[in-house]
Ligand binder design. Structure first.
Ligand code: SF4
Ligand code: SF4
Length: 213
């Protein structure tokens, strides 16, 4: 979507996304593009551009951020943070941006499948419990190295785990998104030349590098 057509400006977008002040120095961004130029995701997804996302957040342009498929491509390698000349912690920003997207119903398909592991941990103290054969194999292996056959989780540890989730609001937050209706995400950063190229019946970016930086 061309920027000139964006009308939905939000002057407080930065503080809404970073409401814990985890990335206090975002306004120091030089728009140098080192983050994008060294990002492995941008190398294979040319519409993914951390520099442009930072710019949108600072400008308060929320139109294409939350329903963006691109924000789910980052895998937190932190290469951008390592090379940023002003130490902007982009991965932390991305983490908070995803929370905001989820709270608005976007990207649930990426998170809900793994929610069940956390709920299981709240109940049993373990995120993953293998089937009978898996348990037997683990017990054999553990016995062979002389440790307790099965790693019992104490009731105290489970109580503490639950207390952390309840007191931080994490449990309520997870239950809330569990009941939300999924809204579709899209490659919202395709624009200009890329839009022409990829909207010819193909919305999947390829390996073109011209947009990076
Ligand atoms: S590397 Fe840092 S300063 Fe440069 S565009 Fe990216 S976030 Fe901004
Ligand atoms: S943390 Fe995300 S944005 Fe930064 S370089 Fe890695 S994949 Fe790219």
């Amino acid at each position: 979507m061309p920027r000139e057509k964006d009308r939905d400006w939000d002057d407080n977008l930065y503080s809404k996304i970073d409401h814990y002040n985890l990335v206090e120095n975002l306004e120091q961004c030089l728009q140098c593009g080192k983050c994008t130029g060294n990002c492995p995701v941008a190398a294979i997804t040319p519409s993914y551009n951390p520099r442009v996302i930072v710019n949108d957040i600072l400008a308060g342009s929320s139109v294409r951020l939350l329903d963006s498929e691109e924000i789910w491509r980052c895998f937190w390698c932190a290469n951008c943070y390592r090379l940023c000349p002003v130490d902007i912690h982009y991965p932390l920003l991305m983490m908070q941006l995803r929370y905001m997207a989820l709270e608005n119903g976007y990207g649930l398909k990426y998170v809900l499948p793994i929610n069940k592991f956390t709920f299981r941990a709240l109940e049993k103290g373990l995120t993953f419990v293998p089937g009978k054969r898996g348990v037997e194999k683990i017990m054999r292996l553990r016995t062979s190295i002389g440790v307790e056959p099965w790693p019992q989780v104490s009731e105290k540890a489970i109580r503490e785990y639950r207390a952390i989730f309840e007191q931080t609001g994490a449990k309520a937050w997870m239950e809330n998104i569990q009941n939300m209706t999924e809204k579709p995400v899209r490659f919202s950063y395709l624009e200009g030349r890329m839009a022409n190229e990829y909207t010819k019946g193909n919305n999947t970016p390829g390996t073109d590098r011209q947009s990076a930086g």
